[in-house]
Write a protein that binds this ligand. Structure first.
Ligand SMILES: Nc1nc2c(ncn2[C@@H]2O[C@H](COP(=O)(O)OP(=O)(O)OP(=O)(O)O)[C@@H](O)[C@H]2O)c(=O)[nH]1
Ligand SMILES: [Mg+2]
Length: 280
């Protein structure tokens, strides 16, 4: 089969409920219960919604501005014998973002506790895209990198060593051309392995911080955990507070960080009174 023929085949399959006659069944919005929650994160315009549509069979608008996703969209698929809820997020350049749509993505990645986060990166702009990927790797080890737009990379004569990238990042990297349906099966396999724990990841993390900084992070993270029981990523919150992130500081002081946890927890949480002075 020619390359063109393979693409045409994949594109045709991309519109049917049973993909490739393989283990994927698209469930659309028919999601009453699920085994795993999977988030689709990434910089704007990297193909998140294209991947979302390929896996769920839904028609989340894709395209360049103004088609961009501004709220999160949810759909589902069945793969093997597991049901997955897939959450398509607005594009974001970092987890430090402040615009309203970027906050939707940030809050879900940080506090929605997805079983797996797929970070969709643009193979033609890897350096810029890895900024978000590295930040996500700081807060969760359940990550799969979708190395998308490989067709564009090839067209521009760019070669990406995906094995080296996977080794350096410590998580699976799946080359894809999502618009042509290429790489979807490999992505599903990687997501299933990370979700079930069959694949053990070793995410790249910054180490060897100054001991005093480490001590301060631990101290503040402990206070955050006590004030917001059940909050994931207290360490990340501590880092942002030390960095003087005003929006996080406000969320901590006003207790809105707690509201994010409350969405998952029936128990109301107390507003926080963090004694930041304690570490100064
Ligand atoms: N050539 C090529 N184009 C792609 C690929 N994947 C997606 N696209 C195109 O890239 C554009 C953006 O795709 P979307 O899926 O809307 O991207 P997104 O990440 O959801 O964008 P935001 O929601 O704005 O962050 C669309 O025109 C897609 O058809 C790919 O693998 N190759
Ligand atoms: Mg989108």
């Amino acid at each position: 089969m020619t390359v063109q023929g393979a693409s045409a085949h994949a594109a045709a399959c991309a519109t049917c409920p049973m993909y490739n006659g393989a283990q994927l069944t698209r469930l659309g919005i028919n999601m009453t219960d699920w085994d795993f929650v999977v988030a689709l994160a990434g910089n704007p315009n990297t193909g998140k919604s294209t991947v979302f549509n390929a896996l769920t069979g839904l028609r989340q608008h894709t395209g360049n501005w103004p088609g961009k996703t501004v709220v999160r969209a949810e759909g589902g698929f069945l793969y093997g014998d597991k049901r997955y809820k897939l959450v398509d997020l607005p594009g974001t350049y970092s987890l430090l973002s402040t615009s309203a749509d970027e906050e939707v993505a940030r809050d879900f990645i940080l506090f929605g506790q997805p079983s797996v986060t797929i970070v969709v990166v643009d193979a033609t702009r890897l350096e810029r895209n890895l900024n978000l990927a590295l930040q996500v790797l700081e807060i969760t080890d359940r990550v799969v990198i979708a190395l998308n737009l490989m067709d564009e990379a090839k067209r521009h004569g760019l070669r990406v060593d995906e094995r080296r990238l996977a080794r350096d990042l410590g998580v699976p990297v799946v080359p894809m051309a999502a618009r042509q349906g290429e790489g979807v099966q490999d992505l599903l396999k990687a997501v299933a392995e990370v979700a079930s724990g069959a694949a053990v990841t070793r995410p790249h993390r910054v180490r060897q911080r100054d001991p005093q900084v480490e001590q301060a992070i631990n101290q503040i993270a402990g206070q955050v955990e006590r004030a917001f029981p059940g909050l994931p990523n207290a360490r990340w919150v501590a880092l942002r507070l030390l960095d003087g992130d005003e929006s996080i500081e406000q969320a901590v002081r006003e207790g809105t960080l707690g509201q994010l946890v409350q969405q998952k927890s029936p128990e109301p949480l107390p507003a926080i009174r963090l004694e930041l002075e304690a570490v100064s």
